[in-house]
Design a binder for this molecule. Structure first.
Ligand SMILES: Cc1cc2nc3c(=O)[nH]c(=O)nc-3n(C[C@H](O)[C@H](O)[C@H](O)COP(=O)(O)OP(=O)(O)OC[C@H]3O[C@@H](n4cnc5c(N)ncnc54)[C@H](O)[C@@H]3O)c2cc1C
Length: 301
């Protein structure tokens, strides 16, 4: 019986694992290996790294730090989560875990346009022409030619957010076309954002990225998809955790879900999707878990 099973080994889960292991609690991290942080070629807004740090490097450092204090790691996907007489029972293929408490730190997955091949995606992500997070790296497209692929409130807001970095913004519709109301067209017009038709194809041209927009070839230095995310909250749903209509888990100020002994942290929780926030929530969750466990059975050396 573990004191805590952490599901998800991104910045939120790893921060929690470091804290929990240093509280002398038994903790295992099960991670399916698709952290959004792992996609970051170089983060320049993560405090403490003025030269920037790649997501892979950051994750490796955090894993090594958790291992120093005897947290264990299992690179696999948790398939099911059930309530048990004392805590939870999780199944991950050929391995099962029993734990007094569970932290859900399973993150989200950004949606991509269907016509974007994996090869073009990976190369464009690495060379900085395909980006997901204006808060993280809008600075890097200052005064550059930028497209936002999206529409509606989400696409409109992302284009307007990026307008504070560059005057050269085009809002390109997804394949299904634009769904913008008159007020949104007016806001975009007033901000000088160009509104273009539907994206049919995406290709790289050196460091630039070309979109086929209704037969016209438009070239950009950077493209942001604003197509939303899939929230990885299914496991929490299996034990009855409350979530928003989009699937983000709702927690109290101490990262407790509505299910006793089930906690959540990071992008899977409603809030700012940033490394610093995920780490902060991971630290809060771990401390709450420690204190809640101590209330059940005093922790003594
Ligand atoms: C390209 C890109 C650039 C970014 N740049 C920055 C930046 O510069 N600065 C910044 O602050 N933020 C940045 N972000 C956002 C940042 O990566 C996320 O906010 C952060 O990774 C969230 O951490 P997390 O631990 O909540 O989730 P994640 O890092 O996504 O980790 C979740 C983990 O849970 C695992 N998992 C999911 N389901 C299961 C399951 N059933 N069983 C086991 N494991 C499971 C996943 O495989 C994954 O490894 C960027 C994101 C992207 C995509």
């Amino acid at each position: 019986m573990l004191d805590c099973l952490v599901i998800g080994g991104g910045p939120a889960g790893l921060t929690a694992a470091i804290y929990l292991a240093r509280f002398h609690l038994s903790v295992a991290v099960v991670d399916a290996g698709h952290s959004r942080a792992g996609l970051i070629p170089l983060s320049r807004n993560h405090a403490g790294f003025p030269e920037g740090i790649s997501g892979a490097d950051l994750l490796a450092r955090m894993r090594a730090q958790a291992r120093l204090y005897a947290a264990t790691f299992h690179d696999r996907r948790v398939e099911t989560l059930e309530r048990a007489a004392e805590g939870f029972f999780a199944s991950a293929g050929s391995m099962d875990f029993a734990a007094r408490s569970v932290l859900i730190a399973t993150g989200v997955v950004n949606r991509r346009p269907a016509m974007l091949s994996d090869a073009v995606h990976d190369e464009a992500l690495a060379n900085g022409s395909w980006r997901y997070c204006p808060i993280c790296d809008g600075y890097e497209v200052t005064d550059k030619r930028v497209a936002v692929i999206g529409t509606g409130e989400r696409g409109c807001n992302e284009a307007l957010f990026l307008r504070s970095y560059t005057a050269h913004i085009t809002l390109v519709a997804p394949q299904s076309g634009h769904e913008l109301c008159e007020a949104q067209y007016a806001l975009l017009r007033e901000a000088g954002v160009r509104v273009a038709g539907s994206c049919r194809a995406i290709a790289l041209e050196g460091k630039a990225i070309c979109l086929d927009v209704n037969g016209d070839r438009l070239t950009f230095d950077g493209v942001y998809p604003a197509l939303g995310s899939d929230i990885k909250s299914e496991l929490a749903g299996m034990v009855g955790a409350a979530m928003s209509t989009e699937g983000c888990l709702t927690v109290d100020a101490h990262q407790r879900t509505n299910v006793p002994s089930l906690y959540a942290a990071g992008d899977v929780v409603l809030g700012l999707d940033q490394i610093s926030h995920a780490m902060g929530e991971g630290g809060v969750a771990a401390t709450t878990i420690r204190n809640d466990l101590a209330r059940q059975t005093p922790l003594r050396r």
